[in-house]
Design a protein around this ligand. Structure first.
Ligand code: M6R
Length: 622
């Protein structure tokens, strides 16, 4: 996965491209590059390894590159290591290998995605005399376009559609042709790409925040379409090369929402945005005290006919599914299984028309989740996507969509999107329970009332964040952490553990508390940190006992429980209290101190909180 951008208009392209790329760094940040051309002159290519500022330095913040048309790229390596030679843009002609300078090339391109059959295509191109400089699949795509362009003497659109028919995999491509100054050609399949056009200027980007500063008028290029972008204008073509009309969409959300707003990191800002994210999501689906899912198109009859629910997702979204499983089964009495998307797509899980497959995804672009959605549809399931990014591929392909209103999430570690997904799944559980007559109207009203109080309770937890900051400073050098809980508390532990490890790089695992004694407890030694989540009354004493088993083997204990369980202080070393709510919704509150613990531990260890190593925000490769 990578970020791509493009600009053509009357201003100098390079500074605009760098600025847009800076908003896409969350998509990858191991190298970056630009190709800019000045009218009919050859394209100038500059690349740099490492974060974007290296490229900005190398080009004097873009001032060293003259020209009003250009493309740019920030990379997350898939084929070939993060190096200058593998950095994009790639060219169809000869290149020096240094990756910089004016390139005598008919086609120059950047790519996001993976070309699965690139080896076979590369062999074909080698037979036709093409020379390859990088290990990337992208160079193959660029050279294949060039091959068709020259062989058939067809224009760029036809050369690209011929290439699209030959390549398998996913891609968002932006290409410049030597013979077409001031124009950028783009194509997409299963990787995000949007085009903005306004007032004599046009922009391309993998995501809206990258160009929001410049335009709010956006086209969502469809799967298997080609776009021809010139100053102020975009034309679209299908695979046959026939022109198609695409609607222009006005983006209404605020560019400020994608900025840090005074917080030290996006993650901390997004943690603090959770009350708003939860409230907005609730307000969009609970109207006048009653659930209104008409926006999703999921009818009451369809809900009545559900025989089983399969929740499919990755990472934190999968953890939301784990929590939702407890809530949906308990409230609505529907059997629920939760599957990792990367596993689901290759298994033969029995699915019928009575199965509702729920795909949960912040980005709506996660490759495994998208593939799982397609598998579910092929097998005849009804599909519902709980998605944050409007217009994303999963949102467009699912039968029904329930949007979370968390706004753009920039930090790689998800926080507000997780909370918005949780609340959406809680509302869905209440709605299904009510429709299937497993719950009275009064009970549904009571539970919806509890949900309405969650934002304010999250704010109260945030007011106590200094205690967690202090605790994190004491444990910054811990080697191993175990997060344990039973039932819903186990689902919360999974998320707490992921938050900790992905940004602090401390080894941590989540365990169902009763399972520790079957092997894992042998890892507990002096000062191993055990974080117990204890929000479920019926399981409270059992989890305390499991924590005590760890303490007697040297473990240092932190307990997270609800206000009033003050006796916990007698057993554990440090206690965190959270407000009470209905037990089904405790995940929404208990996760907040766990997010803060992960955040402050990462800060105390001096790490790059928002862009942890080896990760990217949107995982659009398998
Ligand atoms: O965009 P998605 O919700 O589909 O992403 C799924 C996971 O990649 C994501 O939740 C990931 O685990 C986060 N880094 C967790 O903080």
């Amino acid at each position: 996965m990578c970020g791509i951008v493009g600009y053509t208009g009357r201003r100098q392209a390079a500074p605009i491209l760098l600025d847009s790329l800076s908003r896409l760094e969350y998509r990858g940040y191991d190298s970056a590059g630009l190709a800019v051309r000045n009218g009919a002159a050859l394209a100038e290519v500059v690349k740099a390894t490492g974060k974007l500022y290296h490229l900005a330095d190398k080009t004097d913040q873009g001032r060293a590159l003259a020209g009003c048309c250009g493309i740019g790229h920030t990379r997350w390596a898939t084929h070939g290591d993060p190096s200058i030679v593998n950095a994009h843009p790639h060219v169809s002609g000869n290149c020096s290998g240094s990756g910089s300078g004016a390139v005598e090339s008919d086609v120059v391109g950047v790519h996001n995605g993976i070309i699965e059959n690139y080896t076979e295509l590369k062999e074909k191109l080698l037979r036709h005399g093409y020379v390859f400089y990088s290990d990337t699949d992208t160079e193959v795509a660029v050279k294949l376009v060039d091959y068709y362009y020259k062989k058939y003497k067809i224009g760029p659109v036809d050369a690209i559609t011929r290439t699209m028919v030959r390549i398998r995999g996913s891609y968002a491509l932006a290409l410049m042709f030597k013979d077409y100054p001031d124009e950028i050609f783009a194509a997409r399949k299963d990787s995000p790409l949007i085009i903005g056009a306004e007032d004599g200027e046009a922009y391309l980007a993998s995501d809206v925040p990258a160009i929001l500063k410049y335009t709010r008028q956006v086209y969502y290029i469809d799967n298997l379409q080609v776009a021809r972008v010139s100053p102020g204008k975009a034309l679209f073509y299908d695979l046959n090369g026939d022109e198609v009309e695409m609607p222009l969409t006005e983006i209404t959300w605020d560019a400020e929402a994608a900025e840090k707003g005074g917080f030290e990191h996006f993650m901390l800002k997004e943690i603090h945005e959770q009350p708003g994210a939860v409230r907005d999501t609730l307000n969009s689906i609970v109207k006048d005290g009653w659930v209104d899912l008409s926006q999703t198109g999921l009818t009451e009859d369809a809900i009545r006919s559900i025989e089983q629910i399969v929740i499919v997702a990755c990472g934190s979204a999968w953890h939301v599914g784990m929590a939702a499983q407890y809530v949906m089964e308990d409230l609505a009495g529907i059997p629920v299984r939760v599957e990792l998307a990367s596993e689901f797509r290759y298994r033969s899980i029995p699915i019928s028309g009575g199965t509702l497959v729920i795909i949960i995804s912040q980005s709506g672009e996660t490759a495994d989740s998208l593939a799982a959605l397609r598998v579910a549809k092929e097998r005849g399931a009804q599909t519902l996507a709980i998605v944050n990014v409007i217009g994303s591929t999963i949102a467009r392909e699912a039968d029904h969509v329930l949007y979370t209103l968390a706004g753009p999430e920039i930090a790689v570690a998800t926080t507000k999107a997780y909370s918005a997904q949780l609340i959406a799944s809680d509302v869905l559980a209440i709605h299904m329970a009510r429709i299937r007559e497993k719950m009275t109207a009064e009970e549904a009203e009571r539970l919806l009332g509890e949900l309405a109080l969650i934002p304010e309770k999250i704010s109260r937890i945030l007011e106590e964040k200094e205690r967690l900051q202090w605790f994190s400073s004491k444990m910054a050098n811990t080697r191993d952490i175990f997060f344990i809980g039973r039932g819903l508390d186990y689902a919360i532990s999974l998320e707490g553990s992921l938050k900790m490890k992905e940004i602090s790089y401390i080894h941590s695992e989540a365990y169902a508390a009763g399972e520790l004694k079957h092997g894992t407890i042998s890892l507990v030694e002096n000062n191993t940190l055990i974080i117990g989540v204890l929000t479920q009354k019926a399981l409270y004493e059992k989890t305390v006992s499991n924590m005590m088993e760890c303490k007697s083997r040297g473990g240092y204990l932190l307990g997270i429980t609800t206000n009033g369980n003050f006796d916990l202080e007698d057993s554990v070393n440090f206690t965190v209290y959270i407000p009470k709510t209905d037990e089904h919704f405790m995940a929404s509150l208990a996760v907040v101190p766990l997010q803060l613990l992960g955040y402050y531990t990462s800060v105390n260890r001096g790490l790059d909180v928002d862009k942890p190593r080896n990760l990217a925000k949107s995982v659009t490769v398998e």
